[in-house]
Design a binder for this molecule. Structure first.
Ligand code: UD1
Ligand code: MG
Length: 450
């Protein structure tokens, strides 16, 4: 098998999105559109991946480098057409020899299987393959022109097509894969004498056919190659992705009580015998172990949830939340950058940030880790089997030793040794009969006024 290189065309500004953000940086299921395309393409283990962006799109590179460090970026200064965009990527590929696959950055539903099928279709006899689909309404797409025996002769763009050709509903998705041996020589022959005055990549087909090369055709469903040009299309892509993730979760052994109300990210991983109640949202970076219960109205991102843990209802897990096995995180509890060890519980109304909570410790209702002093964040380290009474403020940096007991309402500003009691409370002022007398006085005053 020959080596594979990937070119992603993403120079379009996406005017119809009405956004300061480049189109391919808009997100669906917690991942940029470009991220989806790169993730699907990763299946063929490309030797090189080049993303063609437009000018002033530095954020595309910055964002993408996080998840795909090996991707390269080239800038297409003038948007002279898809063939010109591919030409722009040539320098980054050096003298790469093998199969080159070209995909669009704004077509996020393309499946890994289709990418693999496309690269696998390039052979010595058919050094080029195109991906077609049957369009319900072919308007705007390039049409595939075939001989009666099915041989592909050309792709005709809508504006350049005859009325007869416009009736064809077999359309060009834009994905092509082609041997580097023929790509570069043919690309040099493409002219811009067409309705748009652009260099069309699609002209490769006619040039290849004329040179006697076979062109393979693969077909996919229309929904898979749907492009995103508007916010409404972005929402449609989100819907299709979520439908797929919900099904995958259920097929994998999770119960979703109301699947249509649960939102996953592209990278959410879920164990078996997980129950997810209605109205739960998973942002990027969540992994869920086995036998986990996630109760209604929880918001979870960047979190790891260990086997048997119970989360929610109304829990919020923020990035860096690491919830140990059998731990309980209850209603209106927010956890950020904190490790909650096995069997620990924070059941009501708490903020645990920049902290560790040791195994089997109990965090009482209303406990707050005061992790921020207005300038820096500090750590709260709570040992195992600690009892933290309700409404405790733990002023970080602070350490609470194993087995310690903190009385309700305390403000803890110093380290608490293991097995100690810590309590900050004014003495209780108790006056027998005071309230009854007070009421009498108040009532008498009110009467004398009327
Ligand atoms: C293109 C195809 C058409 C196909 C359709 C599928 C050509 C000539 N036509 O048409 O056959 O049916 O896609 O959606 O290829 N881009 C650049 N630089 C450029 C021009 C485009 O990077 O100079 C990028 C765009 O950002 C986009 C992709 O290439 O991601 C396609 O460009 P677009 O202008 O949408 O092409 P269409 O006219 O839709
Ligand atoms: Mg388009």
């Amino acid at each position: 098998m020959s080596e594979i290189a990937l070119i992603v065309l993403a120079a379009g500004k996406g005017t119809r999105m009405k956004s300061a953000l480049p189109k391919v940086m808009h997100r669906a299921a917690g991942r940029s559109l470009l991220g989806h395309v790169l993730a699907a393409s990763a299946v063929v283990k490309p030797h090189a991946a080049v993303v063609v962006t437009g000018p002033d799109m530095e954020e595309v590179e910055r964002e993408t480098k996080h998840s795909f460090p090996s991707a390269q970026f080239t800038v297409q200064k003038d948007r002279n057409g898809t063939a010109h965009a591919v030409q722009t990527a040539r320098g980054a590929l050096g003298d790469f020899k093998g199969t080159i696959i070209v995909v669009y950055g704004d077509v996020p539903l393309i499946r890994p299987e289709t990418i693999a099928l496309m690269t696998g279709s390039v052979t010595a006899d058919q050094p080029m393959a195109i991906l077609g689909f049957r369009a319900i309404d072919p308007k705007g797409y390039g049409r595939l022109i075939q001989r009666p025996d099915g041989k592909i002769l050309a792709i005709r763009e809508e504006l350049d097509a005859t009325p007869e050709e416009r009736k064809i509903n077999l359309c060009n998705s834009g994905v092509i894969s082609i041997s580097s041996d023929i790509l570069w020589p043919l690309l040099a022959k493409i002219r811009n004498d067409n309705a748009k005055g652009e260099y069309y990549l699609t002209d490769l087909v006619e040039l290849a056919a004329a040179a006697g090369h076979g062109v393979a055709l693969a077909e996919c469903p229309e929904s898979e190659v749907m492009g995103v040009n508007t916010r409404a299309q972005l929402a449609e892509v989100e819907r299709l992705l979520q439908d797929g993730y919900r099904k995958t979760a259920m097929d994998g052994g999770a119960t979703l009580i109301a699947p249509e109300t649960v939102f996953f990210s592209a990278d959410t991983t879920i164990g078996t015998d997980v129950v997810i109640e209605p109205n739960v949202y998973f942002g990027p970076g969540v992994s869920i172990g086995d036998n986990v219960s996630i109760m209604a109205f929880s918001h979870i991102e960047g979190a790891r949830i260990g086997n048997g843990a119970k989360i929610g209802p109304y829990a919020r897990l923020r990035p860096g939340a690491d919830i140990g096995a059998d731990a309980h995180i209850g209603n209106f509890v927010e956890i950020k950058n904190a490790k909650i060890d096995q069997g620990a519980k924070a059941n009501h109304l708490s903020y645990i940030g920049d902290a560790r909570v040791g195994a089997k410790s109990n965090i009482g209702a209303g406990t707050i880790t005061c992790n921020y002093d207005g300038f820096e964040k500090h750590l709260t380290d709570i040992g195992a089997e600690v009892f933290v009474g309700s409404n405790t403020a733990l002023v970080a940096p602070v350490k609470v030793g194993d087995g310690a007991n903190i009385g309700a309402g305390s403000v803890i500003t110093r380290d608490v040794p293991a097995h100690a009691l810590a309590l900050t409370r004014g003495p209780l002022d108790l006056r027998e009969g005071w309230a009854a007398k007070y009421r009498e006085i108040k009532k008498a005053r009110k009467k004398s006024k009327v």
